[in-house]
Design a protein around this ligand. Structure first.
Ligand code: T68
Length: 833
C-alpha cells in the first residue's frame, strides 16, 4: 500500500513510517466473508448490517492482534521505561473506521465492501460509541493514547470498564431525559478479556499494629471485603499500524473464595448479594463533570482501578527485577489524569512500606519519582475532597498513610515558613473543617514530581491562584502542557473531502506533522483554492443539514451560517449567553422584518449532569426557543435554532466538518483549555470566543484578523468582581438585554406555563450572575455583528477559514505528547519491526 507518512523529524519523537499491511481489496473481501462464516456463523445472504459490521471488525481485529503481539513482544524484550496513563475516563467513540484509517486500509475496505453490496460509511453507523467518559478530560485521554501509539512510545492506558458509559440523552417536550447507555449489549468486537491477569483488591476492615522482636512496628490491614478486578484490553492502533498499544480497563467482580464461608454457612442469598455489591463498582460512569458528587461508590471506583493497575505494573516489574525496587521509578512513570486516581499515591506507599518493607524515606523517594499529575480545572466545586471518615472506613490503612505523609509535609512547610499557621492550614492535605476532609489536589502535588495545567493561561493560574505556595516551595514542579487533539480522527477520518483536498495541495505529511498545514497559508488568497475549500465546506454542510432533518425534522438552509456550540452544558461555558444573543436577533427581526443579517443556523449539542437543575433548564430554554423560532414564518428565512440530542464523539465527527462558526464563549479564567475549539478551527471554522483557555493560544496562532475575540479578560473579570459586580447595572442600561431576559420569563416560549424558565432569569439577576453573562453581552453582540459582516465577503471568509486550518499545527496531540515525553516522562520511542 502507499503511504503518506513521513519520517519523524526530531530525536526522541517516535518515528512512524507506515507498515505495509499486505492486504488488497480481494484479501479484505475474503477476510470479511471468512469472519461472517466462521466468527458469526452466518453468510452473505443472511447477514444484516450489524453482522457485516461485526464481521468487518473481526477482519480488522485479525490485523490488530498481529501487530499487538509484535508490539508486546518488542516492548517485553526491550524492557524500556513506559508511561502508565491513569484515567477514570477514556472517551474513545467508535473504533472501526479509526482502526481502518490508522492501518491505511479505509479505501481498500470501502471498495471491498462495495463489491459485497455493503456501503461502508452506512455500515459504520452500526457501531455504538464507547462513551466511557464525560467530556474533554476523557476525550483528551483518548487522543493521547492515539498519539502515543502513533509515535511508538511504550505506553498503557489504565481505566474502568464501565458497563454503562455516559447516559444517552433524549429530549422530550424540550427537556433532557437520561437513558442508560449500553455499549456492550450485543458484544463488543474490540475488547479482549485477560483472565490470566486478574487482580484482587481489598476494602474496609481494620488495621492491626504489631511489634516484632526488635520492637519495630508493622501494620497489617485486615480487609473486610475483597473484590476481583478483571482486565479487558482494547488495542490502540497507532497511525501507520506499526505500534499497537493497549488500553486496559478493569471490571469488578465478586471474589468467589472470599464469600465461601458465608456460602457454606447456608448464606447463599447473602453471598449473592455481596456479589452484586462487588459488581456494582464498575457498573456506571458518574455523569458529573466539574462537580464532585462525594459518593462512597465513586471513591471505591477510584481505588479499585488505581489499585488493580498498580498491581499489574508491579507484577510486570517484578518479572524482570524481582524484589529490587531501586529501578522502579526508572522504569515506571504514572500520569494521574486529574486527582481521580490520586489514591494510587498512598496505595504505592502502602505496598512499599507494609509489603516490601522499605523504609518510609526510600519508599517516599520512589513514590515521588513515579507520579506526575495533570490538573484540569480551577473551579472550587470540582476539586476533589473526601471526608476523612469515609476514607477511614473504606481504606483504613491509607488514611494512616495520608496522615503520615501530611505530618512529614507539614514539617517541611514549617521549615520553609516557620510558625506560619495560616500557610500550614492552606497547604495541609487534611482540611480541618467541621467535617475533616482529605484534599486530593494537595496530596497529588505533594506526591508527584511534576504538576501540569492544560493551557498557558490555565497553568499560570494554577501557579498564581490555586497553588501559589506550592510553587514557592517546589520551584519548577508546576508547569504547562497545552492540550492537543489527534488529527487522525479529527481531520483525516471525520473530514475525508477536506483531507483529500489538503493532501492534493501540499502532500500527506500533515497527518504526522501537523505543522505542515502551514503550507496552505500560501494559498489562502488564491481564488481557485478558496473555491475548492469552501466547496468542501458546503458539501459537509449539506450532509449535516440532512442529518439534522433526519434527527429532528428541522429543515435548515445549507447556505446559512452554521454556527455551532458543542460541549457539556455548564453555566461557565455560557450556552445561555449564546441563547440571549439569539433572542436579541429574533427580537430585532420581529421589530424590523428587513433587519439585515445573513441567514444563520445556531446548532447546539450538550448534555447536562442529571442533578444540575439550572443546566437542564438551559437545555429546556434552548429547545423551547428553537421550537418557537423554527415555526415563526416571519423570521424563518434568516434564523433557525437546532438542538441535536445525545451529543457524543460520533455526532461531533459529523458536526465539526460542517461548522462555519465555533462558539468558545466561557467566562475568562474558567475554561482550563478546551479541545473542541481546536477541532473546529482545524476543520476551518472561525472562532468567536473569549480570551480563555487555549482560545488565547489559538488567537496567537491564527492572528487577530482570523478570530472574533470579545469580552472581559481574566484580569478584568477579577477587577469587575472585586469592584462589587451588579448585573442589574447592565440589565437596566441595555434595553435589548433587559427585553430578552424578561422575554424568557414570560409565557411566550412556554405557553400556559409563564415561569418555567424563571430560574434562569433569577440566576442572572438576584443570583448575582456569577459567570458575568450580562457584563459580556454587549461586546458579544458586537463581535457577532462583525462576524455577520465578514461572512458576507465570501473571499474574505474563505481566507480566514483556510488560515484557521493552516495555523492549527500546534494543537496536534502529537505535540502535547512530545512535550510530556521530553519534559516530564523522559521516554524513548521503541520501534516495532
Ligand atoms: C476539561 N475537564 C476542562 N472534566 O474543562 C477543559 N471532571 O477545559 C479541558 O480542555 C479538558 O478537561 C481537557 O484538559 C473535564 O472534562 C471532566 O470531565 C470531569 C469528569 C469527572 C470529574 C471532574
Amino acid at each position: 500500500t502507499t503511504s503518506n507518512t513521513s519520517k519523524a523529524k526530531t530525536k526522541g519523537q517516535g518515528a512512524a513510517t507506515s507498515v505495509s499491511i499486505q492486504l488488497d481489496k480481494d484479501d479484505f473481501k475474503q477476510a470479511v466473508i471468512r469472519n461472517l462464516h466462521r466468527t458469526l456463523g452466518t453468510d452473505e445472504n443472511k447477514a444484516n448490517k450489524h453482522a457485516w459490521w461485526k464481521a468487518t471488525s473481526a477482519a480488522m481485529q485479525e490485523l490488530v492482534f498481529e501487530r499487538l503481539r509484535t508490539t508486546q513482544k518488542t516492548h517485553y524484550l526491550n524492557d524500556t521505561r513506559a508511561v502508565h496513563y491513569f484515567s477514570a475516563e477514556f472517551l474513545m467513540g467508535r473504533l472501526l473506521s479509526n482502526n481502518m484509517h490508522n492501518f491505511e486500509l479505509f479505501d481498500t475496505a470501502k471498495r471491498a465492501l462495495k463489491e459485497l453490496g455493503v456501503d461502508l460509511v452506512d455500515m459504520l453507523e452500526e457501531e455504538p460509541d464507547m462513551a466511557l467518559g464525560n467530556g474533554g478530560l476523557g476525550r483528551l485521554a483518548a487522543c493521547f493514547i492515539d498519539s502515543l501509539a502513533t509515535m511508538e512510545f511504550p505506553a498503557i492506558g489504565y481505566g474502568i470498564h464501565y458497563e454503562h458509559g455516559l447516559f444517552r440523552q433524549e429530549i422530550r417536550n424540550g427537556a433532557q431525559i437520561e437513558r442508560p447507555d449500553s455499549w456492550r449489549d450485543y458484544g463488543n468486537p474490540w475488547e479482549i478479556c485477560r483472565p490470566e491477569s486478574i487482580q484482587q483488591i481489598s476494602l474496609y476492615g481494620y488495621v492491626e499494629t504489631k511489634y516484632d522482636e526488635d520492637g519495630k512496628i508493622h501494620k497489617e490491614w485486615h480487609p473486610g471485603s475483597i473484590v476481583t478486578g478483571v482486565p479487558w484490553d482494547i488495542p490502540i492502533v497507532g497511525y501507520g499500524g506499526k505500534t499497537v498499544n493497549v488500553l486496559r480497563l478493569w471490571q469488578s467482580q465478586s471474589s468467589e473464595y472470599f464469600n465461601w464461608d458465608v456460602f457454606n454457612a447456608g448464606g447463599y442469598v447473602d453471598a449473592q448479594r455481596e456479589n452484586v455489591e462487588s459488581e456494582t463498582i464498575s457498573k456506571v460512569l458518574y455523569p458529573n463533570d466539574e462537580t464532585e458528587a462525594g459518593k462512597e461508590l465513586r471513591l471505591i471506583q477510584q481505588y479499585f482501578f488505581s489499585a488493580c493497575s498498580l498491581k499489574d505494573i508491579i507484577r510486570r516489574y517484578k518479572r524482570v527485577h524481582g524484589d529490587d525496587w531501586s529501578r522502579f521509578a526508572e522504569q515506571v512513570v504514572i500520569q494521574l489524569n486529574d486527582t481521580h486516581p490520586a489514591i494510587a499515591i498512598p496505595e504505592l506507599m502502602r505496598i512499599l512500606v507494609d509489603r516490601a518493607e522499605l523504609s518510609w524515606n526510600v519508599a517516599w523517594e520512589i513514590c515521588t519519582q513515579t507520579f506526575a499529575y495533570t490538573n484540569h480545572t480551577l473551579l472550587p466545586e470540582a476539586l476533589e475532597k473526601w471526608p476523612v471518615r469515609m476514607i477511614g472506613k473504606i481504606l483504613p490503612r491509607h488514611l494512616e498513610i495520608i496522615y503520615e505523609i501530611n505530618h512529614r509535609f507539614m514539617a517541611e512547610v514549617d521549615a520553609k515558613w516557620p510558625g506560619n499557621n495560616e500557610i500550614k492550614a492552606k497547604l495541609s492535605i487534611i482540611e480541618e473543617s467541621n467535617e475533616k476532609m482529605v484534599r486530593m489536589g494537595n496530596l497529588s502535588v505533594v506526591g508527584s514530581f511534576a504538576v501540569n495545567g492544560v493551557a498557558e493561561i490555565h497553568s499560570a493560574l494554577v501557579k498564581s491562584q490555586l497553588f501559589p505556595e506550592f510553587n514557592e516551595l517546589y520551584p519548577g514542579k508546576l508547569t504547562n502542557v497545552t492540550n492537543g487533539i489527534t488529527p487522525r480522527r479529527w481531520l483525516k477520518a471525520c473530514n475525508p473531502s477536506l483531507s483529500a483536498l489538503i493532501t492534493k495541495k501540499i502532500g500527506g505529511d500533515w497527518i504526522l506533522n501537523l505543522d505542515k498545514l502551514d503550507d496552505l497559508s500560501a494559498f489562502a488568497s488564491n481564488k481557485t483554492f478558496q473555491n475548492q475549500f469552501m466547496k468542501v465546506k458546503q458539501q459537509n454542510k449539506l450532509a449535516l443539514a440532512e442529518e439534522i432533518k433526519k434527527l429532528t425534522g428541522i429543515i435548515v438552509d445549507p447556505k446559512a451560517i452554521f454556527d455551532i456550540q458543542i460541549k457539556r452544558l455548564h453555566e461557565y461555558k455560557r450556552q445561555h449567553l449564546n441563547l440571549l444573543h439569539i433572542l436579541a436577533l429574533y427580537r430585532r427581526l420581529l421589530q424590523d422584518p428587513d433587519y439585515d443579517m445573513h441567514p444563520r443556523v445556531f446548532i447546539f449539542g450538550a448534555k447536562a449532569a442529571p442533578g444540575y437543575a439550572l443546566a437542564k433548564t438551559i437545555i429546556y430554554a434552548i429547545n423551547v426557543v428553537a421550537d418557537k423560532i423554527n415555526n415563526d414564518s416571519r423570521v424563518n428565512e434568516k434564523l433557525k435554532v437546532v438542538f441535536l440530542p445525545n451529543y457524543r464523539v460520533s455526532l461531533a465527527e459529523k458536526m465539526i466538518p460542517a461548522a462555519d462558526v465555533s462558539q468558545q464563549i466561557s467566562t475568562a479564567g474558567k475554561e482550563a483549555s478546551g479541545t473542541g475549539n481546536m477541532k473546529l478551527a482545524l476543520n476551518g471554522a472561525i472562532t468567536i470566543g473569549t480570551l480563555d483557555g487555549a482560545n488565547i493560544e489559538i488567537a496567537e496562532e491564527v492572528g487577530e484578523d482570523n478570530i472574533f475575540i470579545f469580552g472581559l479578560t481574566v484580569d478584568e473579570v477579577n477587577e469587575t468582581l472585586s469592584a462589587g459586580y451588579n448585573p442589574y447595572d447592565y440589565y437596566y442600561s441595555n434595553e435589548e438585554l433587559k427585553a430578552t431576559i424578561d422575554w424568557l420569563d414570560s409565557d411566550y416560549f412556554t405557553p400556559g406555563n409563564p415561569h418555567a424558565l424563571s430560574s434562569l432569569k433569577h440566576s442572572l439577576l438576584e443570583g448575582g450572575d456569577p459567570y458575568l453573562v450580562l457584563a459580556d453581552f454587549e461586546d458579544y453582540c458586537k463581535a457577532n455583528l462583525a462576524l455577520d459582516l465578514a461572512y458576507r465577503d465570501k473571499s474574505k471568509w474563505a481566507k480566514m477559514a483556510i488560515l484557521n486550518t493552516a495555523k492549527m499545527g500546534k494543537f496536534t496531540s502529537d505535540r502535547s505528547i512530545k512535550d510530556y515525553v521530553e519534559r516530564i516522562w523522559k521516554l524513548d520511542s521503541c520501534q516495532v519491526k
